[in-house]
Design a protein around this ligand. Structure first.
Ligand code: ACO
Length: 445
């Protein structure tokens, strides 16, 4: 494999790239191929021309877990993992958390631009007036066992929405796409709160159109006998910030699931249900729960050095540390840490915070974590906030699914309108047996 390079005119050793291309020599045949480079990427299909002979299928790229394969181009979310940068549509996460609401951010993700005052008012009105779910959804939730996992209920009810809105399958209809986007963002908190109340055996609380998006969620979760629930504005704002932070994260497991399933042209409710299913997994949405279990086990700050020794001896992992993409501070972790303090002003301090702060400090000072570029991720502190809000650990991933819905919807909308979209169909490297003779039952084993 050789780069196409030329010496610069002065011959001072500086090398300039002549063409945006990659030359590949197949040592099996001695042939050289030139592959175009665009956006620092070669097209995997360009490898297919590389063959030993005419009957050969052609070369493929092997990339389990897609760690180095771009499956789409996107204008939604930018991450620079080495620099610790996260931007939605070009706006930094810090800027959005400081100045925007979650619904404003959802508008930005979906439409590509920040809304004008009028556009924002219309958007908030539309979302607010689609928060109710069909009464049969309520009956559906009632059918679950008292201890059903709320993510399982959310997965099922999100998928079930498709049966209430059959026209949503007209994915080429702009109006239908818009309605599905509004309904999904509007109804997700309602479905989440119904699941929570079901676990507690409490009556479901209907949405209150006078409240903000996070205020209404708090009402649906915690309202008891009062005529009107009055959410604490500090908690509303804290939830808004948490939800901005979790709204999108480009092509992660659940978003890839939404795009992959959506590429079959199924309706958006079913595609988003696939995202909920992916998020349900402990390696994706479940890490914040693991952080709390870890803090519980550590128990007191005195036990931190022993615990870290155990991590360094590979007996266990430091949960909430490390990230596939961020090899620097996860920018969301810094914002959440500030957020924790604001929530604790309302709820009182969770004693686990002191352990978490000390643990973070000790790990950041330790060469083991430094050398491996392991820093706190978004989940290191988010569980503490959820616990302070009185949420059981089963609800933590649900709290992630609510805001991620706007990201899933934005990515789905981009995918269905991308002329390059085809049904997702990865290849495999077949390593099994071939052309075997069928063995009759009597001769097996
Ligand atoms: N604690 C201790 N060591 C760790 C940790 C950790 N949390 N994370 C990575 N390492 C070590 C690995 O053992 C490895 O060491 P080695 O090179 O000596 O073998 C090195 O750091 C590199 O780790 P990888 O596993 O190659 O990193 P990868 O990018 O595959 O993993 C992951 C990222 C899965 C997030 C990992 O860091 C981890 O398991 N962290 C804890 C779980 C967690 O917090 N997940 C939430 C992620 S955020 C989210 O999903 C929203």
């Amino acid at each position: 494999m050789a780069d196409e390079q030329t010496q610069d005119q002065g011959g001072n050793g500086n090398v300039a790239t002549a063409r945006e291309s990659l030359s590949v020599t197949d040592n099996r045949t001695g042939k050289t191929y030139e592959l175009e480079i665009e956006n620092e990427t070669i097209r995997a299909m360009d490898l297919r021309q590389i063959k030993v002979n005419g009957d050969d299928f052609g070369l493929m790229a092997y990339d389990p877990a897609f760690t180095n394969t771009a499956a789409c181009s996107s204008e939604i979310t930018y991450i620079d993992g080495d620099a610790g940068v996260l931007e939605y549509r070009g706006y930094t996460i810090e800027d959005l958390c400081e100045n925007a609401t979650y619904l404003e951010t959802a508008y930005l993700l979906i439409n590509g631009e920040l809304p004008t005052q009028k556009q924002l008012e219309d958007w908030v009105f539309e979302i607010t007036h689609h928060t109710y779910v069909h009464e049969n959804i309520k009956k559906f939730v009632e059918g679950f066992r008292y201890d059903a996992h709320p993510m399982g209920m959310l997965l099922a009810t999100t998928g079930a929405l498709s049966t209430f809105y059959p026209p949503a399958k007209n994915i080429n209809d702009e109006g239908e796409r818009h309605m599905a986007a509004v309904r999904l963002i509007a109804k997700m908190p309602t479905l989440a709160a119904f699941a929570y109340r079901h676990n507690l055996g409490l009556p479901y609380v209907y949405p209150d159109n006078d409240l903000s998006y996070p205020g209404n969620f708090l009402s649906m979760m915690y309202k008891m006998t009062e005529v009107k629930y009055d959410p604490d504005p500090r908690l509303e704002r804290a939830l808004d910030v948490l939800w901005i932070l979790h709204a999108d994260h480009e092509q992660n497991c659940s978003t890839s699931a939404v795009r992959g399933v959506g590429s079959s042209e199924v309706d958006p409710y079913s595609a988003v249900a696939a995202g909920v299913a992916a998020l349900y997994g402990p390696l994706h949405g479940g890490a914040n729960e693991a952080v709390l279990r870890m803090l519980d086990r550590i128990g007191t700050t005195e036990n931190i050095p022993d615990f870290l020794e155990g991590v360094k001896n590979r007996e266990e992992k430091l949960m909430g540390f490390g990230h596939r993409v961020y090899k620097n501070f996860d920018p969301r972790a810094r914002i959440i840490k500030k957020n924790v303090e604001e929530v604790f002003e309302v709820t009182g301090v969770n004693p686990k915070l002191a352990i978490a702060v000390e643990l973070e400090k000790n790990a950041l000072d330790d060469d083991y974590f430094h050398e491996r570029k392991l820093y706190p991720n978004v989940d290191f502190y988010s569980g503490l906030i959820y616990e302070a809000l009185g949420l059981p650990t089963d609800m933590f991933t649900v709290m992630f699914a609510i805001p991620r819905t706007s990201g899933w919807v934005a990515q789905w909308l981009e995918m269905v309108q991308d002329p390059e979209t085809k049904i997702a169909r990865p290849r495999q490297v077949y390593t099994g047996a071939r052309e075997r003779e069928f063995v009759p039952m009597g001769q097996r084993g």
